[in-house]
Design a protein around this ligand. Structure first.
Ligand code: SAM
Length: 338
């Protein structure tokens, strides 16, 4: 069974959770926690036991359905989920007809047989929408996402597939481990700058993208499977038409970040930042500088900066020796702000 962090995701804070949790608990008292760019959801997953109320948001469809699957308010029948798991595992790819998924992704991101299975299961889930509860539907789709992501022929995102000759058949449909129904977690799929104008919390955790690599393009295969609108795909990476492009990945990033910080209604603002992707290639260069972050945050209140060497720091392999993770903590309205 999959836990929420059993996923490969660019910028996941999984390896930094101990440090982040400790800093927040030590410096930011409060009863509600707002994960504004929640990504995999792994930070919420670690932090939620400390709060009465948690809000999580990300503008990707695949992330939203994963949050609803793990933390939904609605109940689900375990036996029913098990029945589908067994049925999907018993499917014989030799007997399946070509489908949208196998036609596009077979022998590329997945072996042909694995792609046939993934497309078939997705079609079956679409047909089951009226039979399953909304929560059960989300759980089964999220299970498909985790199961396919585990065997994808990629380095962890879908910008390209590896050209390694014949692909092995590796796909096995396994379930995620959903939590019991609860009202604690509120889930949104909105543009962060719009959402901060509507919600209020004690503590906000802010972990936006900082370079020009768009998450909706990196994870387009997952977005495609979740939405299942079967668009015409183009290019060698078989991408759908453009959607959900983030301003945080563009030159106006400092402006949108300043707008977010100005409008967020919380007592403590926690911002993460790293220079891990800093390099000579312009697509991986950060769109906002450390100094800009600090200056923007200081307008809202006294700001402390904490830093740590990145856990995957690998001396000798890089052209600079300064990979660092930063956590900024701002006490909104406190002396020091402008
Ligand atoms: C660095 S990742 C967050 C990683 C997360 N903290 C984790 O540990 O998995 C940034 C996230 O912001 C989302 N995102 C980018 N621009 C956004 C926007 N304008 N509104 C909402 N979400 C956005 C991306 O989809 C991505 O998942």
């Amino acid at each position: 069974m999959y836990n929420i962090s059993n996923r490969r995701y660019t910028g996941s804070k999984y390896k930094l959770l101990d440090w982040i949790e400790e800093l927040i608990l030590e410096n930011c008292p409060g009863e509600s926690f707002f994960d504004v760019f929640a990504g995999t959801g792994t930070v919420t997953d670690r932090m939620k036991k400390h709060y009465r109320k948690v809000i999580m948001n990300d503008f990707l469809y695949s992330n939203e359905i994963i949050y609803k699957a793990f933390y939904g308010k609605e109940g689900f029948e375990r036996e029913r989920l098990e029945k589908y798991r067994a049925g999907f595992q018993a499917l014989d790819p030799e007997k399946l007809e070509e489908n949208y998924f196998s036609e596009n992704f077979g022998d590329k991101f997945f072996s042909r047989k694995d792609a046939l299975l993934i497309g078939e299961i997705r079609e079956e889930l679409e047909a089951l929408k009226g039979v399953l509860s909304d929560r059960e539907y989300c759980i089964l789709i999220a299970s498909l996402i985790y199961s396919m992501d585990k065997v994808a022929n990629t380095v962890g995102h879908y910008e390209a597939y590896r050209r390694t000759g014949e692909l092995e058949d590796r796909f096995v449909f396994e379930l995620i481990r959903p939590e019991e129904p609860s009202d604690k977690v509120e889930i949104y799929r909105e543009d962060a700058n719009q959402l901060v104008r509507k919600v209020k919390a004690d503590i906000a955790f802010i972990d936006p993208p900082y370079n020009s690599r768009q998450y909706s393009r990196f994870y387009h295969v997952l977005e495609n499977v979740v939405q299942w609108k079967k668009p015409v795909l183009t290019g060698t990476a078989l991408k759908p038409p453009v959607e959900n492009m983030s301003d945080y990945c563009r030159n106006k990033a400092p402006e949108v970040f300043a707008d977010l910080i100005e409008n967020i209604d919380v007592k403590y603002i926690i911002v993460t930042y790293n220079n891990t992707y800093h390099s000579k290639s312009s697509s991986s260069r950060n769109k906002i500088t450390l100094e800009e972050i600090k200056e923007i945050l200081s307008r809202r209140g006294a700001t402390e900066v904490y830093e740590k060497k990145h856990p995957s720091f690998n001396a000798g392999k890089t052209d600079f020796d300064d990979h660092k993770e930063y956590v900024f903590i701002t006490k909104a309205g406190a002396a020091g702000g402008g």
